[in-house]
Design a protein around this ligand. Structure first.
Ligand SMILES: Cc1ncc(COP(=O)(O)O)c(C=O)c1O
Length: 346
C-alpha cells in the first residue's frame, strides 16, 4: 500500500535520487509542522532530517563531542544513549533526579567541577520513570546552559502524548538546545524518521556529520509521513494511541494497585519499585521464566552502584489488553511471592 501511495506522489523519480543535503524542502516543512504541533516555532532552515531519534542522537553526539568528552544524562536514562556513549568513547555521568526531574543543583555542581559539554535529557515523560520536568527546573536548566555554555539534547519522543505540555527547553534556551522530535512512539517506529531542530550556531557542524556519516536519510519514509499528515492519519494515529495508552496504563495501575508505581496516565511505561527484599535481576528472571518481559533498572542506570531495585513495565508491548492482563497477573503473583513454575523447573 505504501509503495502504491508513493508511486502516485510528487515526482517519484526525484525521490529515488540522492536527496539534497538539507533534505527535500517539503519534508523539512513537514518537520516544521511536526515540531510546531509540540508548541515550538521552528524555521525550515533549522530542521535536519534523521532516520529516527537514535540516529539523530548519534549524529548530534558525533558532531558536538570528541572521544574522552563527558556527557551528562539523568541518573536513569534511555539505554540508547549509553550505547552511543560507549561507541564514541564518551564518558557519561548521571545527574540526580526526583519526582520533578533532574536536580539543577546537582547539574551545576558537576558543571563547576568538571568539563561537561552536553546534557541529554527527556523532560516530557522521562524514560523509564515517566517524570515530567517541572517548569521551575526547566527554567533553571535553561539558565545553567547559558551560564556554563552547555549544549542540551532534548528528547521529545513522548511529548506528542501530552495535551498541555510545559515549554520545551528548546523554547527556553533555543541557542543551546537540540530538539529531537521522533515519530517512533506516537506514529510509527518502522518509518525510522525524526526531525532535529538545531541551534543556529551548531547547524553547520550537524550537517557535516549528516553528510559524512549517512549521505542523507532515505526520502521514501518521509514521503509516507507527508502523505499521512495530509490525510489526517498522523493526527488520528496519535489520538488512538493516547486512548490505548490511557486504557493500558489504567489497567496496569488497577492490577498492581498495592505496588509502588510511578507513572503518568499518558505514559507508555510504569516504574515499579520492588518490595524491600526483592532484587530487580531476580525479579526480571522470574518474570521472563513465566513468559513476561520487564526491563530491570540496571538497563537504565548510568552508575551501577546507584541502581534502584525497580523494573519498567511497558503495557504497550503486549499484543492486546487480554495478554496484558494475563502478564500483569503473573507480575502480581511474583510480587506476592508465588513460586515460579517455569519450563526449566517443570
Ligand atoms: C527516550 C527514547 N529516545 C529515543 C528512542 C529511539 O527512537 P527512534 O525509534 O526514533 O530511533 C527511544 C526508543 O525506545 C526512546 O525510548
Amino acid at each position: 500500500l505504501a509503495l502504491k501511495i508513493l508511486a502516485k506522489r510528487h515526482d517519484i523519480r526525484a525521490l529515488l535520487r540522492y536527496p539534497p543535503a538539507e533534505g527535500w524542502s517539503h519534508h523539512r516543512l513537514d518537520g516544521v509542522q511536526w515540531i510546531n504541533t509540540m508548541g515550538l516555532k521552528a524555521e525550515p532552515e533549522s530542521v535536519v532530517l534523521a532516520a529516527g531519534a537514535q540516529q539523530g542522537l548519534s549524529l548530534i553526539l558525533s558532531a558536538m563531542t570528541k572521544p574522552g568528552d563527558l556527557i551528562m544524562t539523568e541518573a536513569l536514562t534511555y539505554p540508547g544513549v549509553k550505547a552511543i556513549a560507549e561507541f564514541l568513547n564518551l564518558k557519561i555521568l548521571g545527574i540526580a533526579m526526583d519526582q520533578e526531574g533532574i536536580l539543577p543543583e546537582d547539574l551545576e555542581a558537576v558543571c563547576r567541577r568538571r568539563k561537561a559539554k552536553v546534557l541529554f535529557c527527556m523532560p516530557d515523560l522521562h524514560n523509564p520513570t515517566s517524570v515530567i520536568l517541572s517548569l521551575k527546573r526547566r527554567e533553571a536548566l535553561a539558565s545553567l546552559a547559558r551560564r556554563y555554555d552547555l549544549l542540551i539534547i532534548e528528547d521529545a519522543i513522548h511529548r506528542p502524548f501530552l495535551d498541555d505540555p510545559l515549554p520545551t527547553l528548546a523554547q527556553l534556551a533555543p541557542e543551546h538546545t537540540f530538539f529531537l522530535a521522533s515519530v517512533s512512539k506516537s506514529v510509527a517506529a518502522g518509518l525510522r524518521i525524526a526531525f532535529i531542530l538545531a541551534p543556529a550556531l551548531n547547524l553547520g557542524r550537524l550537517r557535516q556529520a549528516v553528510a559524512a556519516l549517512t549521505l542523507y536519510s532515505s526520502s521514501l519514509p518521509f514521503e509516507i509521513f507527508s502523505f499521512w499528515i495530509e490525510h489526517g492519519i498522523v493526527e488520528s494515529t496519535i489520538r488512538e494511541r493516547k486512548s490505548e495508552i490511557e486504557k493500558r496504563n489504567k489497567l496496569t495501575r488497577k492490577i498492581l494497585a498495592k505496588q509502588m508505581l510511578q507513572t503518568h496516565p499518558r505514559s507508555n511505561f510504569l516504574w515499579l519499585t520492588l518490595p524491600p527484599e526483592m532484587k530487580c535481576s531476580r525479579f526480571t528472571l522470574d518474570a521472563y521464566r513465566s513468559g513476561v518481559i520487564v526491563s530491570p533498572a540496571d538497563v537504565f542506570a548510568v552508575d551501577d552502584k546507584q541502581c534502584p531495585e525497580a523494573v519498567r513495565i511497558c503495557p504497550g508491548a503486549a499484543q492486546d489488553q487480554a495478554v496484558l492482563q494475563k502478564g500483569l497477573k503473573i507480575i502480581e503473583g511474583i510480587l506476592a511471592g508465588k513460586k515460579i513454575i517455569s519450563a526449566e523447573t517443570v
